[in-house]
Design a protein around this ligand. Structure first.
Ligand SMILES: Nc1ncnc2c1ncn2[C@@H]1O[C@H](COP(=O)(O)OP(=O)(O)OP(=O)(O)O)[C@@H](O)[C@H]1O
Ligand SMILES: [Mg+2]
Length: 444
């Protein structure tokens, strides 16, 4: 910008000067020709006009006649000398020439002097004028522009610094909040209404925080549940052992009874631990599923075979209805675990003389397992919780039936691992139906 301004200013200044000189010298050139001054006739008027012109612009005026001889030089140094140059020759052909020498800071112009009648070029007027005033003014302007430049630079830097500082402020706020999370999930949500983007970011962040909090809570609850459940059998064993130790001469029968109780508690502890392990394994997601083409009919028959003695003990009828042979890609162990628990629950939470119906069906994408029982049912408000770890509907009741509340959690994890779905329909006192839907083809 500075360059353009200065160039423009200088060109205009020089141009203005040129036009002024040209109009003035044209007049004098006409007088020179009309007074036959060019032919050597002395004229005081023309002389004084030439000097006046030279003084006016503090320059030099030279008159050259048709023999290229200098007949008048206002400096008085080159008179009677000859001058031949490109500009002079051009002028004799009738052209004005203007030559601005920027380096030496002067403007040189040649003007042809024409005969009044024949209008032939009889001589030439050469005017050289210093342009120092224009150049000085341009330089002064240059300094002003430079000052302006510096001030603007400083101003821009200051504004940029301030802007970048205030623009990034909301982001430092986010950073601080994120760092605060490192020391544990805080209760605080953040609000950064500065820009639309930060508002969205803050919202996304708050949602994430919410999810983390839920996760953290469920983790803590799980840990406390696990420790409690693991401690219960140990406490029982301790009580049983202590009461035996506190007595002398304990009859053998009592020893046997207490010992069998202790063995039961050990079994219970063992089941909790193995259930927890299966859950943890399935939480690791698809990383270690062992998928094979499996005959589902066979798999279920095997489960029923294993559970039949337990059902017989409680006088419960166990029936399998299967319509078609089904081959599907599943993890045999995990699916067995899942379905076993459903059927086992049907037996466990049933009344003597009741029944459990297992039916198997298939379409072109999924196979379906339905486990129906004539048992005690699950109250409406408990239905949404039964898949949670350690959840049992009626703790005292379940305790006497036995169970840790991990079964359905394992079932659900296994079904989800197969990208399937599980649903429960139940009416208290009438019975319960679980339906499981699993894709025939496993998708990663
Ligand atoms: N078929 C059913 N009929 C009635 N109640 C059921 C049935 N299935 C599950 N429930 C209820 O849901 C609770 C959770 O079942 P889940 O299988 O997770 O645990 P559990 O059977 O108590 O213990 P586990 O299966 O680990 O031995 C049970 O305690 C029971 O109260
Ligand atoms: Mg169960």
């Amino acid at each position: 910008m500075k360059y353009v301004i200065l160039e423009n200013y200088e060109t205009q200044g020089v141009d203005q000067k040129r036009r002024l000189i040209q109009s003035q010298s044209q007049q004098i050139a006409e007088e020179v020709s009309s007074s036959s001054y060019i032919k050597g006739e002395a004229s005081q008027l023309v002389d004084s006009e030439l000097i006046q012109l030279a003084n006016l612009f503090s320059g030099r005026v030279i008159i050259v006649n048709s023999n290229f001889r200098i007949i008048r030089d206002t400096y008085g140094i080159d008179e009677d000398k000859y001058i031949i140059s490109e500009e002079v020759l051009q002028s004799f052909l009738g052209r004005n020439s203007v030559n601005y020498n920027k380096g030496y800071r002067f403007l040189e112009m040649t003007i042809p002097i024409r005969n009044e009648e024949s209008s032939e070029v009889e001589g030439i007027m050469i005017i050289s004028i210093p342009t120092t005033d224009v150049n000085d003014a341009s330089e002064a302007l240059g300094n002003t522009v430079l000052m302006l430049q510096i001030i603007l630079t400083v101003l821009i830097c200051a504004v940029a610094f301030y802007m970048s500082h205030s623009l990034t402020k909301p982001f430092s706020k986010i950073t601080r909040s994120l760092e605060a999370v490192r020391g544990g999930v805080s209760e605080e949500t953040i609000s950064i209404p500065d820009y639309t983007e930060t508002t969205l970011l803050a919202e996304a962040y708050n949602r994430m925080l919410q999810r983390m909090k839920v996760q953290e809570d469920s983790r803590q609850e799980f840990v406390s549940n696990v420790s409690h459940e693991l401690k219960t059998p140990i406490t029982s064993m301790k009580v049983l052992a202590d009461s035996l130790l506190a007595q002398d001469n304990v009859p053998v029968e009592l020893y046997k009874e207490f010992m069998s109780d202790i063995a039961e508690e050990i079994d219970r502890e063992n089941k909790i631990i193995s259930d927890l392990l299966s859950l943890v394994k399935m939480d690791r997601k698809s990383s270690d599923v062992d998928i094979h083409e499996t005959n589902i009919n066979q798999l279920i028959e095997l489960i029923l075979k294993r559970l039949r003695p337990i059902a017989a003990q409680k006088d419960i009828e166990l029936v399998l209805e299967s319509f078609k042979p089904i081959i599907a890609e599943v993890d045999e162990t995990k699916l067995t675990l899942a379905l076993s628990n459903l059927i086992e629950n049907g037996i466990k939470y049933n009344n003597a003389g009741g029944w459990v119906h297992v039916s198997l069906n298939v379409d072109n994408k999924y196979f379906f397992v339905k486990v129906e029982d004539s048992g005690m049912g699950i109250p409406e408000e408990a239905q949404e919780h039964i898949f949670e770890r350690f959840y049992r509907v009626d703790k005292s009741h379940s305790r006497e039936i036995g169970g840790t509340g991990l079964g359905l959690a394992i079932t659900r994890s296994a079904v989800l691992l197969h990208h399937g779905a599980i649903k429960v329909y139940s009416k208290e006192g009438e019975g319960t139906t679980f339906t499981v839907r699993i894709p025939l083809k496993y998708v990663e």
